[in-house]
Design a protein around this ligand. Sequence first.
Ligand code: FDP
Length: 342
Amino acid sequence: MVQHTATSVVTIERFIIEQERLFPEATGELSGILYDIALAAKMIANKVRRAGLVDILGAAGMENVQGEAVQKLDVFANETIIKAMDHGGRLCAMASEEEPGIIPIPDGFRCGKYVLLFDPLDGSSNIDVNVPVGTIFSVLRKITPGKKGEMEDLLQPGRRQVAAGYIIYGSSTMLVYTTGQGVHGFTLDPSIGEFLLSHPDIKLPQSSRYLSVNDSYEQHWDENTRSLMRHYRGLEGGGRPLSVRYVGSLVADFHRNLLGGGVFCYPANAKAPKGKLRLLYEANPLAFIAEQAGGAACDGHRRVLDIAPDELHQRTPLYIGNKPEVTLAHDILSRAAAGVGA
Ligand code: FDP
């Protein structure tokens, strides 16, 4: 990694260029994808900042004072990303949490060698109450012959990701990404409209502080999941209790735990046997980041990045964060699968 002094101002563009120079064989296409995502992120951040004014200026589905139709923010975010990405000649297909099927590159635009999967506005139920939301993305290399992207290109295990990241629209807007060379975080300086390197080479802290889980589902968990949570809380196993923090916005919960140390869990339960989170748009990109930051991610039995997806909107249980906590989840929940019980 290129070293920077504490006083050097490094824009995301400069950083990406310098990273790319470390790989003489790089064509710059992946860098182009990251620039376009950063641009879309700035446009979404701009809208998210004004979300609280919707009631004053016009609610979703109505017209605003200028007589323009007001879009729901998640719809806006989805369209913004598609429009920012579809014409650059770097992608051959996309998939979004908001769209049922494959998003082709429109006729007339060149097709490239990558596919993009994204969740345009994760945690969007939190928008109305001014709680941070985020965008999550994942980039894979095309594996099928031919120009156009196929379903097979999108349905690859997460270990094949070439880049992944998220944007958190919080008290400030941050973009965090990895291309497999560590995890780097950039904070948007709204006065100049640039993402500036603020968190180079992020590593999870040695020890965990936080447990993030929605334990209102406890009644629907199996006994082994309950036992795991008791371990995390220091009620079983003799470990130090973790402190519970749950925003209910995956990007916000993951980001806090990445910087502060901890584990985020969305277990399977009797009502949602595969949990809620999406493998391709949420679990895979965050698992790539967690591993690059020295952590881990599993579904209770398998490493998330090794799961071979069957369908675009596949759900998965998720345990992600510091290695010892993720390993504990694996050990306790896999004993359950083997019928041993915890
Ligand atoms: P949301 O429904 O608000 O979009 O996957 C979506 C997500 O939020 C995650 O961001 C969040 O972690 C999770 O769902 C919250 O789900 P619960 O309300 O079931 O805890």
